[in-house]
Design a protein around this ligand. Structure first.
Ligand code: GLY
Ligand code: MN
Ligand code: MN
Length: 435
């Protein structure tokens, strides 16, 4: 638990003086008496390690240098625990999670009104949740009304996420350990998907094998809804219907990763339904693979965030010219952006607790430099929709190859390398099918 206390101390260091209020996520009703699977708020969890709903973290740094971290959480309640499960309760939370104090969540408004008084700055995830915005402004108003008793409300409200997100961007060894495991489980799921894929199965049956592999390793939920997209469906970037029948000569694009202990993996692989790439499929696949390899090579410390994207674009533009999808020189294709008809997304994003993780991509107007501990995805693709000016042999080929990469002092580490990726590795894996 000390890592969470250390993070709280670091955040308070950067706050200098003021009060921070970080609520966890609300439970979401699905329909009558049923909730969506509960997922804590990532910022709250990063600072607390606490996974119950109805909880709020408060950090107080007064001008005398006194620092306190306080949890508000659900009280112990035998009746509710019989129905809904175990609750830590404030008393045990102090010991288990190293808080200076903990109180029942029902006392939040009353205690906050006292704690906010005479704090110069209120740090808070401004605009994240309208109900919380309203509640905190109301509490600030209550404090403001005490002005004649000598108590001042905070003059300034600042978005605490700016500070937390910068911390979350660089992962420590503890976080990387979890992310390695999440990546490995997800890589095994892609391997299993390859081994179960055959013509005439349905996309959802392959999705089931992926979820099975996640769950049997303790990763009970995917980090995002799995994309299992065969044939033309692979050209829909966020396809999640997953209900089509797999056709013999089609490709299958899978974008799936598990969430483990609050951290996401994010892997895409594309392979032939019948286990053997056709020559047209292979030709496009090798271009995307070469683009991915160039991008991974560019993902090293000191390089700009945009360097992997630029490296991928160079290879893709030449490939699209060779395939007669684009015309002119690499420079002109990049300049006129004709490549965007076949590659319309960027080459990656930060990865961490959130699949599209937090952290700025630019410092001012410049792309920021990659630094050890940053984790990003590298995911070039190519999506070829039917069109009169597109060679027919390439119609409906949709390919994305995505790995998770940590920047380290020597260059980088590919967390997801256990997922088969070359044509030879994929065809070999698919030969060892389940019957
Ligand atoms: N799976 C979401 C993404 O690749 O960005
Ligand atoms: Mn991704
Ligand atoms: Mn993905």
């Amino acid at each position: 638990m000390t890592i969470y206390a250390q993070r709280r101390a670091r955040l308070m260091e950067s706050m200098q003086a003021g009060i921070a209020i970080v609520p966890t996520a609300p439970e979401m009703s699905r329909n009558s008496d049923t909730h969506y699977a509960y997922r804590h708020d990532s910022n709250f969890y990063y600072l607390s390690g606490f996974t119950e709903p109805e909880a709020v973290l408060v950090l107080v740094c007064d001008q005398q240098g006194q620092r306190q971290s306080i949890l508000f959480c659900r009280e112990k309640n035998l009746e509710r625990e019989i129905w809904d499960g175990y609750r830590v309760g404030p008393e045990a939370a102090i010991l288990q999670y190293h808080f200076d104090a903990a109180y029942p969540i029902a006392q939040l408004d009353e205690k906050l009104t006292e704690m906010i008084g005479n704090q110069p700055v209120l740090f808070y995830p401004l605009g994240q949740d309208a109900a919380w915005d309203q509640r905190l402004l109301m509490l600030r108003g209550v404090v403001q009304a005490k002005i004649r008793t000598g108590i001042r409300a905070p003059d300034e409200i600042r978005d605490v996420r700016a500070l937390i997100h910068e911390m979350r961007l660089t992962k420590d060894e503890y976080e990387l350990g979890i992310m390695r495991r999440a990546a490995n489980i997800s890589a095994q799921a892609h391997r299993r998907a390859m081994q179960f894929t055959r013509p005439d199965s349905f996309e959802y049956q392959i999705e089931a094998e992926i979820l099975h592999e996640f769950c049997r390793h303790g990763a009970r939920h995917p980090a995002y809804t799995s994309i299992v997209a065969s044939g033309a469906n692979a050209c829909v970037l966020h396809y999640i219907e997953n209900n089509a029948r797999l056709k013999d000569h089609d490709l299958l694009l899978i974008d799936a990763g598990c969430e483990l202990e609050g951290y996401a993996a994010d892997i895409s692989r594309t392979f032939p339904v019948n286990g053997t790439f056709s020559s047209a499929q292979k030709e496009v696949y090798e271009i995307v693979l070469a683009a991915q390899s160039a991008a991974i090579t560019a993902a090293v410390p000191g390089n700009s965030w945009n360097a992997p994207h630029e490296a991928a674009l160079q290879v893709l533009a030449q490939g699209f010219i060779d395939l007669k999808l684009c015309h002119g020189s690499v420079e002109s294709v990049l300049q006129d952006e004709s490549y965007k008809k076949f590659y319309m997304h960027r080459t990656g994003h930060w990865l961490g607790m959130d699949v599209h993780d937090v952290g700025d991509y630019k410092k001012g107007i410049e792309w920021r430099a990659l630094q050890p501990g940053m984790v990003l995805t590298v995911e070039p693709g190519c999506y070829i929709r039917p069109a009169d000016d597109v060679p027919k042999a390439l119609w409906n080929i949709g390919i994305r190859i995505e790995d998770d990469v940590v920047i380290n002092v020597d260059g980088n580490e590919v967390l997801t390398q256990a997922a088969p990726k070359t044509v030879a590795e994929i065809e070999e894996t698919m030969r060892s099918r389940y019957s």
